[in-house]
Design a protein around this ligand. Structure first.
Ligand code: HEC
Ligand SMILES: [Cu+2]
Length: 343
């Protein structure tokens, strides 16, 4: 009985640690925090790597000593060795070494923590607002409001002023920086800078309710000229459909049902919109939606409109019982909200 239950717990331990072990072999995963792609993430990595090696050497020494003692002095029926108590020299030594090590590590760590909370004077600003379960981005100087995908120029520091509209959230783009809380009623600060143009994935880092796992984020870094072109088109009002097209029927639906929660500039205004700003929903850079959990394809938009809470449990966009004709018209309308197509 005893040995069977022991065997079972060993199997259990092996099986549960196997995925963890294999997970660490994944190459090129988008949320890899050991693959820094910007100065802030690199700063953290440069701190973590030496600590890892120091801790690794200590682990090897301690486990090696333990294994040696277990084998060399195992019970072979020999007589008890001489009993001793305490050794002042050794105890001072193994208290002093960890103190010196920890104090030595604390200096660069505290330094990095303070450096990472500072924005450069010429940094660009973006306000990040957390909502259950999506991130909103506002560019105060440019007058832009968008959601899910934050567009930034590569090679430039972006200073994020962050807060939350409801509960605690946590903004985390592992390849660009560590994570920081979004706190209701408070401002917190984080910097982002990407060395190269590219797509950087993120994830809300604080359990914030039912659809926390589907509260993701994208940062898209682009060349300065592409960034300026994006800003210019985002500052335009929405691209609206021509009369008589299927998309025009979608615009009518929007005005009837959706305009109480969503804003489309050039169509409606709200004091406090509940849902994401949809003005340029189909901009080529805004390739994901619903908390960056879905690719922006016609099929996904149709599934979303049919019943948001089945896709994101607890979603504050209710099932609006739309007919399939209404959904088709709305998909055409939403996919037409592309500022690169012009009015
Ligand atoms: C009661 C408020 C409410 C109404 C009414 C509403 N929505 Fe939403 N909508 C939301 C909220 C909240 C979200 C964010 C959901 C999430 O990501 O968790 C959302 C998300 C969306 C998104 C995804 C946007 C993005 O970029 O992530 C689309 C598209 C959308 N709604 C379209 C519509 C359309 C079309 C209608 C009308 C048929 C509509 N909504 C009606 C509240 C509403
Ligand atoms: Cu969250």
């Amino acid at each position: 009985m005893r040995s069977r239950s022991r065997r079972r717990s060993v199997t259990f331990a092996l099986l549960t640690s196997l995925p963890l072990l294999l997970g660490s072999c994944i190459e090129g995963s988008p949320l890899d925090s050991l693959d820094p792609q910007g100065p802030a993430a690199r700063r953290i990595d440069e701190l973590g790597t030496p600590v890892f090696w120091i801790a690794g050497v200590i682990l090897a020494i301690v486990l090696g000593g333990l294994a040696f003692a277990m084998i060399r002095y195992r019970d072979r029926g020999q007589a008890d060795p001489r009993q001793i108590h305490g050794n002042a020299k050794l105890e001072v030594l193994w208290t002093a070494i960890p103190i010196i090590l920890l104090a030595g590590l604390a200096v660069p760590t505290v330094q990095a923590i303070f450096d990472l909370t500072e924005c450069e004077a010429d940094a660009m600003e973006v306000d990040v607002i957390g909502h259950q379960w999506w991130f909103e981005y506002r560019y105060p100087e440019e007058g832009i409001t968008t959601a899910n995908v934050m567009v930034i120029p590569a090679g430039k520091q972006v200073c994020l002023n962050m807060t939350s509209d409801d509960v605690l959230h946590n903004y985390w783009i592992p390849k660009l920086n560590g994570k920081r809380y979004l706190v209701p009623g408070q401002q917190t600060l984080l910097t982002l800078e990407a060395d190269q143009p590219g797509e950087y994935w993120g994830q809300c880092g604080e359990f914030c309710g039912l659809s926390h796992a589907l509260m993701r984020a994208r940062v898209r870094a682009v060349d300065q000229t592409d960034y300026e072109a994006w800003v210019a088109r985002m500052q335009q009002p929405a691209t609206l459909p021509a009369d008589g097209t299927p998309a025009a029927a979608g615009l009518a639906e929007f005005n009837g049902i959706c305009s109480t929660c969503h804003v489309i500039e050039g169509v409606n205004q709200l004091d406090k919109p509940v849902g994401p700003n949809l003005t340029h929903f189909a901009d080529p850079y805004r390739n994901v939606f619903a908390g960056a959990s879905l690719e922006r394809t016609a099929e996904h938009i149709a599934e979303w409109l049919a019943d948001p809470p089945t896709i994101k449990p607890g979603s504050f966009m209710p099932n609006l019982n739309l007919t399939s004709d209404e959904i088709d018209a709305l998909v055409a309308f939403l996919q037409g909200l592309d500022p690169t197509k012009g009015n």
